[in-house]
Design a protein around this ligand. Structure first.
Ligand code: ADP
Ligand code: ZN
Ligand code: ZN
Length: 733
């Protein structure tokens, strides 16, 4: 047999399938099996893509497969890898690498432990006591037998393996190697209950078409047209309950369910609701778990033992068989886009998987993307579950003010403290201040690698680059002019936390901070848990504080700098601002009678995104966005592809960018639909590399992607450009 494999290498120039002889002892492998093959003088991991009877190469030129691993990818994921490679201008090998079973490359296996069980002879020995066969049994051995009799099979190590071995030779116990699954943690969130509440009228109407689609999908089987729904429900409208009911219906049809969430640590509630409702059939996969746990959860999913899989972006590759429903919760979240190559968008991949499996795709959000509104059937829920109103949103004009907080915001926080309430304060900038400058000569402290200002982190005593991680001690004096007056500009979360702590904090009114400085899932989950448990207090943080948490008792929300996202030179900036305000409002006023209060500080009080968010008018906002995007030729009416060339040598970057531009323009000229190439435009230096960017804008997605892919393949094969690092981003965020 001939194994046609994809060697797992990062190199773009290596592509296509490679033939190897499959030794007889390995003939049990199948498509998706992980093999070891000799390749260019090394042994590489490879994925079996096809089995063939013959090869076009003469037998003497064929090397043999060196070995195989236990793990095997399902066939549909192997196909998906090729699709991703094409769709995102990457390679199948790179796509396969991010789909591998966790720990596969280290040869990780299930954990096996030795388990002792008492035999009938052992039971008899216990009953007979001294004088019988137990005569030769030591006190320690007797105790072990008693434990086994009382507690049933027990891990040998806890009783002493040596001792048990001796009992085993006498036939009194049996010892067996048993697989011990490493299990994912259960998130115990108090609000999660196992019983399903009766649905509201809006939930019922939203669920009906989903259930109908599930019936149709079942009748047609795999390969049917996917049905795609957008559950557009205001915050607190009970979207999760709709997901749960749809999941239940899917499970009862013997199919499986994939649930994508933005980040587990920030939304433990959603996960815990699934665990509470469905129990053990729920598998969890996220980066905060050990490789061992992720490996075992992966196996549970692949074997069909777990039939619901919940996880972030990467869980879109969960090896679920026969998927009937894919849910994308908070579909507007940018974390669904992968930042490394392949720069896949989990929402688009979910669409593809839904198509392949004949599954229903259900995307939910209070602030859906215009793309999704355009493409999916929309199911609207306008009211909060408890019919409580959405919080009143007030816009505070910051023009002419220098303090980071508006006087009204200070008053509101002081009231909140006096009344023992809870508040969330959102400021989308970490650190203390956003830049430092010299008081006499105006020097601004910049990152030596990135052409961006360094951010002060007061508590740590350093200034840091938020792009490359470079940091240095807080400067004592200016290296240019020697002046010792260093000015700090703008406020970050750290400074705000400090100021609020000084002004308001007490034992019963803690001031907590949540941002990317709290590294690791535990640290973040812990801050959220402390805020949840506190009777009152303030949570200060970056946009993380506005993500799906369900705190019953937050009465006040403050957006410190609503313009921060507006100032980004990006066609999605308005959308981000709208989402941020709406999501923060969504955290506010759950519980309490009034619905709560939200204050939005801005230098542009008339900005459309801000005004419409204050009116809770997602409908008008998204329709306006779609009109604007159509007029300007932005997605979903076109496809954008961004190509970045980077290298130490600026001249090499320029040459590569020009080469790409020429190639893609030529392809565009040959294409009747046409697409445009913008640039190359210079970008700020990052990690010591000069950068240039091209943007390809095409009406015909496939043609534009194809042209870019062809140009990238050509440049990767050309050794003159080998020092230039290329990154291709289809649908950049
Ligand atoms: P969303 O995701 O739309 O913001 P959630 O799913 O977090 O809303 O639901 C908000 C709250 O309402 C949760 O505490 C949830 O348990 C509760 N809830 C949802 N549906 C119902 C229902 N039909 N009856 C009572 N409570 C419900
Ligand atoms: Zn100076
Ligand atoms: Zn830097």
């Amino acid at each position: 047999m001939i194994a046609r494999v994809i060697p797992l290498t990062q190199t773009r120039a290596i592509r296509g399938l490679f033939d190897y002889l499959l030794p007889v002892e390995l003939e049990a492998v199948g498509v998706g099996s992980l093999l070891r093959v000799p390749f260019a003088g090394r042994t590489l991991l490879a994925v079996l893509a096809e089995l063939a009877e013959t090869s076009e190469l003469p037998p003497e030129r064929l090397a043999g497969v060196a070995g195989s691993l236990d793990a095997r990818l399902p066939e549909d994921l192997v196909r998906l890898a090729t699709w991703i490679a094409d769709e995102y201008c990457s390679t199948p090998a790179r796509a396969l690498q991010i789909m591998l079973p966790p720990g596969a490359t280290q040869g990780l296996r299930e954990k096996q432990v030795l388990v002792a069980t008492i035999t009938p002879a052992g039971q008899a020995a216990l009953r007979e006591g001294p004088g019988g066969p137990a005569e030769r049994t030591t006190a320690g051995q007797l105790r072990a037998l008693q434990t086994l009799a009382a507690h049933g099979p027990t891990q040998a190590a806890t009783l002493g393996t040596q001792l048990l071995r001796r009992l085993e030779t006498r036939g009194l116990v049996s010892l067996n190697l048993t697989v011990q699954p490493r299990r994912a943690p259960h998130f115990n969130v108090s609000s999660a209950s196992a019983s399903a509440p009766p649905l509201t009228a809006e939930q019922q109407s939203a669920l009906r078409p989903i259930l109908e689609a599930l019936n149709v999908a079942e009748a047609l089987g795999g390969g049917a047209q996917p049905r795609e729904f957008l559950l557009h429900g205001v915050t607190g409208s009970g979207k999760t309950e709709v997901y749960l009911r749809a999941a239940e219906a899917t499970l009862s049809r013997q199919r499986t369910v994939l649930i994508l969430v933005p980040e587990i640590a920030l939304t433990p509630q959603a996960l815990s609701r699934f665990q509470a409702r469905f129990g053990d059939v729920v598998a969890v996969m996220h980066s905060g778990m050990s490789t061992g746990k992720r490996h075992d959860e992966w196996l549970r999913v692949a074997r069909g033992e777990a039939r619901v899989c919940v996880g972030p972006r990467s869980a879109v590759f969960a090896p679920l068989p026969d998927i009937g429903l894919i849910v994308v919760d908070e579909e507007h979240e940018s974390s669904y886009k992968n930042e490394g190559d392949p720069r896949y968008d989990a929402r688009t991949v979910a669409q593809r998987r839904a198509l392949e499996h004949g599954a229903v795709l259900l995307e939910g959000s209070a602030t859906p993307r215009p793309e999704t509104v355009f493409g999916a059937s929309r199911l609207v829920m306008r009211q909060r579950v408890d019919a409580r109103s959405l919080p009143a949103v007030e816009i505070l004009d910051m023009r002419g003010l220098h303090n980071p907080l508006h006087p009204d915001a200070r008053l509101a926080l002081a009231d909140c403290q006096r009344q023992g309430g809870k508040a969330i304060v959102l400021l989308n900038r970490r650190g203390w201040s956003n830049f430092l400058s010299c008081g006499s000569c105006g020097r601004v402290w910049m990152c030596p690698n990135c052409e961006v200002a360094l951010v002060l982190h007061q508590a740590g005593g350093y200034v840091a680059c938020h792009h490359c991680g470079h940091h240095e001690r807080i400067p004592g004096s200016c290296p240019d002019c020697g002046s010792v007056t260093v000015a700090r500009h703008g406020a970050g979360t750290e400074r705000l936390e400090y100021e609020l702590t000084t002004a308001l904090a007490s034992e019963r009114f803690p001031v907590l901070r949540l941002d990317a400085d709290a590294v690791g899932l535990e640290a973040r989950a812990e801050v959220l848990e402390r805020f949840h448990a506190a009777p009152s207090g303030v949570l200060v943080g970056t946009q993380m504080v506005a993500k799906g948490h369900d705190f019953a008792d937050v009465g006040l929300g403050i957006v410190v700098d609503a313009d921060q996202t507006l100032r980004f030179p990006d066609f999605r900036s308005e959308e981000r601002t709208f989402a941020l305000i709406t999501q923060l409002a969504g955290r506010t006023g759950r519980g309490g009678a009034s619905g709560g209060r939200v204050l939005v500080q801005t230098l542009e009080p008339a900005a459309r995104a801000i005004v419409l968010a204050a009116q809770h008018d997602a409908e008008t906002f998204v329709r306006g966005e779609l009109r604007r995007r159509k007029a300007l030729g932005y997605p979903p009416f076109t496809t954008l592809i961004r190509v970045i060339c980077a290298a130490i040598d600026p001249a090499a970057v320029q040459v590569a960018a020009d080469f790409l531009r020429e190639r893609i323009t030529a392809a565009a000229a040959a294409d009747s639909q046409g697409f445009a190439v913008l640039g190359p435009a210079p970008l700020f230096m990052l990690r010591g590399r000069s950068r240039r960017q091209l943007v390809v804008k095409g009406v015909e997605r496939a043609a534009a992607v194809y042209a870019v892919r062809a140009a990238i393949d050509a440049i990767s094969a050309d050794r003159r450009h080998r020092e230039v690092v290329l990154s291709v981003d289809v649908d950049p965020q």
